[in-house]
Design a protein around this ligand. Structure first.
Ligand SMILES: Nc1ncnc2c1ncn2[C@@H]1O[C@H](COP(=O)(O)OP(=O)(O)OP(=O)(O)O)[C@@H](O)[C@H]1O
Length: 273
């Protein structure tokens, strides 16, 4: 923690953030993606980002991860400007092929620990095994990724990310490619893991239900170039089917529809359940 930084200070703070990509194949040099975004994330939150397809959710996650330099504004992590990736942030993606195919599940985690944390091999093995237990994939420790189901691959990727004991877990539609039953199971388990570890989670999803179920806060973005519409406190709406859950889900849906019908049209909403 930076000198002077308090536990109560936001772990992530974005101020007047503009994100873009250089475009070599169009008339203009840059394509604006995120515009004037200011928000903060407290330690231990599950901060969920929703918005229409292509609005810039992944881009924002990449910027928090330090993979994309802001055009203007800044992101601070524990009070320090983010300008490169670091072991304090770990990613889990939607893609099932995140693990090294030529290493076993255990070796994937041990390797990540040795490279990023430089800890002795036996210590890395012990740590890897404890996180495989936590995400309930320990029996697959000696298997190769091609021998696993999609759900097991996501569990293994989650175990690898958690084993790094990051300050923030950045999750980009981590359950988006799973069948409904496995997805629900992993949502429940992620909540349990979060309660046990207290890790701060920043998660992108297309699903309003998933956002309300998992999030303590949900940030709604508009279409590209994305503006932040609202950050909603969803911490009291964990239970599927409760009045709070339904009210917040309806509110989020109406926020997305209201703004998208005004600008880009309803077509993009097909991406938001
Ligand atoms: N490397 C890149 N170079 C140029 N443009 C990019 C690049 N990556 C993304 N974009 C553009 O930036 C915009 C935002 O993309 P991004 O992937 O952040 O959106 P998203 O909200 O995560 O989308 P989805 O919900 O469909 O996953 C899109 O218009 C996309 O085409």
């Amino acid at each position: 923690m930076k000198l002077g930084q308090q536990d109560t200070d936001p772990i992530v703070q974005a101020k007047h953030l503009y994100l873009d990509y250089a475009q070599s194949n169009t008339g203009s040099d840059h394509v604006a993606v995120v515009k004037d975004a200011s928000f903060s994330i407290q330690r231990g939150e599950k901060f969920v980002i929703i918005g229409p397809s292509g609005c810039g959710k992944t881009t924002l996650l990449k910027a928090i991860g330090g993979f994309l330099e802001p055009l203007q504004g800044e992101i601070r992590l524990k009070g320090v400007p983010v300008n490169k990736p670091g072991p304090d942030r770990a990613f889990v993606f939607q893609d099932f092929e995140q693990l090294f195919a030529w290493r076993t599940v255990l070796d994937n985690i041990v390797y990540a620990l040795q490279v990023t944390k430089r800890i002795p091999k036996q210590e890395a093995i012990n740590k890897a095994r404890s996180y495989l237990e936590l995400v309930q994939v320990a029996p697959a420790a000696d298997k190769y990724p091609y021998q696993l189901s999609g759900g097991m691959k996501q569990r293994a990727a989650l175990a690898r990310a958690l084993a790094l004991e990051p300050d923030i877990l950045l999750m980009d539609e981590p359950f988006g490619a799973l069948d409904a039953i496995t997805r629900n199971q992993l949502q429940l388990e992620l909540n349990e893991i979060w309660k046990r570890t207290g890790v701060t989670i920043v998660l992108v999803t297309h699903s309003i239900q998933e956002a309300v179920f998992l999030g303590t806060h949900v940030m709604v973005m508009s279409s590209s170039p994305a503006l932040i519409r609202e950050v909603v406190d969803t911490s009291h709406a964990e239970e599927f089917g409760s009045k709070e859950f339904d009210d917040i889900s309806m509110h989020l849906r109406s926020q997305l529809i209201r703004h998208e019908t005004r600008s880009e049209g309803i077509a993009q909403l097909s991406a938001v359940e």
